[in-house]
Write a protein that binds this ligand. Structure first.
Ligand code: NDP
Length: 241
């Protein structure tokens, strides 16, 4: 059996592609999801990847869920913090619920998911933590003050945690995807999406498996010298605008 990898939000979209890529590289993979049971079970049946349901914003649920995963497949050696949501709207109209839901799922989850696994990684002298941020955490985006703040926080979290664990065989990196063709982007109004694609030099949305392939590298032993990195995968959008 390969190393154990846990992917949050790993039952659809980018997370599903990551889980499939890791399984394809021989890892023992577990995926989590929030509430879409039907989709998660279809993913499990199709891929043979074990799925677990809990809210990544809930610290107690994460601790219990990770204990359940570790009892089933062994200590988590690779953690992919991928689960995320958007609750878009201009800041001057935004209510506190939209702010806190996004901060909780996208940023608090860095703590609630990573804290229970980091001591074991340090003790064993090996770990890979891969966090999914966003191009909009790097550059900001209209209507996404909450999301941009959370995703920028993920970058700071990644760099500081990388420094603390660099001597322990643990790397911590983050990926900032541009616009990837998933359910999340399907929620963007068509006109807005057309405008976004016009700003992407390669002229298209990204595919989830283009992120999965990079996570596969970051999870590997060969990536040991890469830590605290922020990888932009966005069809050139960040440099073009
Ligand atoms: P999707 O909306 O397609 O999938 C989200 C996944 O996260 C689902 O598995 C969902 O579970 C899970 N999830 C959501 N909230 C929670 C929660 N509170 N607890 C546990 N799991 C949760 O998202 P994408 O694949 O598009 O995005 C994945 C990540 O990539 C996110 O962090 C996103 O911000 C980031 N990203 C996406 C971009 C894009 O263009 N798509 C661009 C840049 C970054 P369930 O199915 O049960 O709802």
């Amino acid at each position: 059996m390969g190393r154990v990898a846990l992917v949050t939000g790993g039952t659809r979209g980018i997370g599903a592609a990551i889980a499939i890529a890791l399984k394809g590289s021989g890892y023992t993979v577990a995926s989590t999801f929030a509430g879409n049971v039907e989709k998660a079970h279809a993913f499990r049946d199709e891929t043979g990847i074990a799925v677990f349901q809990w809210d990544v914003g809930d610290a107690a649920a994460c601790a219990a869920g990770i204990a359940e995963v570790e009892a089933a497949v062994g200590p988590v050696e690779i953690l992919v913090n991928n689960a995320g949501i958007t609750r878009d709207g201009w800041f001057h109209k935004m209510d506190y619920d939209a702010w806190s839901a996004v901060l909780r799922t996208n940023l608090d989850s860095m703590f609630t998911m990573t804290r229970p696994v980091i001591e074991g990684m340090r003790d064993r002298g090996f770990g890979r933590i891969i966090n999914i941020s966003s191009i909009n955490g790097q550059k900001g985006q209209l209507g996404q003050v909450n999301y941009s703040a959370a995703k920028a926080g993920v970058i700071g979290f990644t760099k500081a945690l990388a420094l603390e664990n660099a001597r322990k065989g643990i790397t911590v990196n983050c990926i900032c995807p541009g616009y990837i063709d998933t359910d999340m982007v399907a929620g963007v109004p068509e006109k807005v999406l057309e405008g976004i694609i016009a700003q992407i030099p390669v002229g298209r949305l990204g595919n989830a498996d283009e992120i999965g392939a990079v996570v596969g590298y970051l999870a590997s032993d060969q990536s040991a010298f890469m830590t605290g990195a922020v990888l932009t995968i966005n069809g050139g959008q960040y440099i073009a605008n």
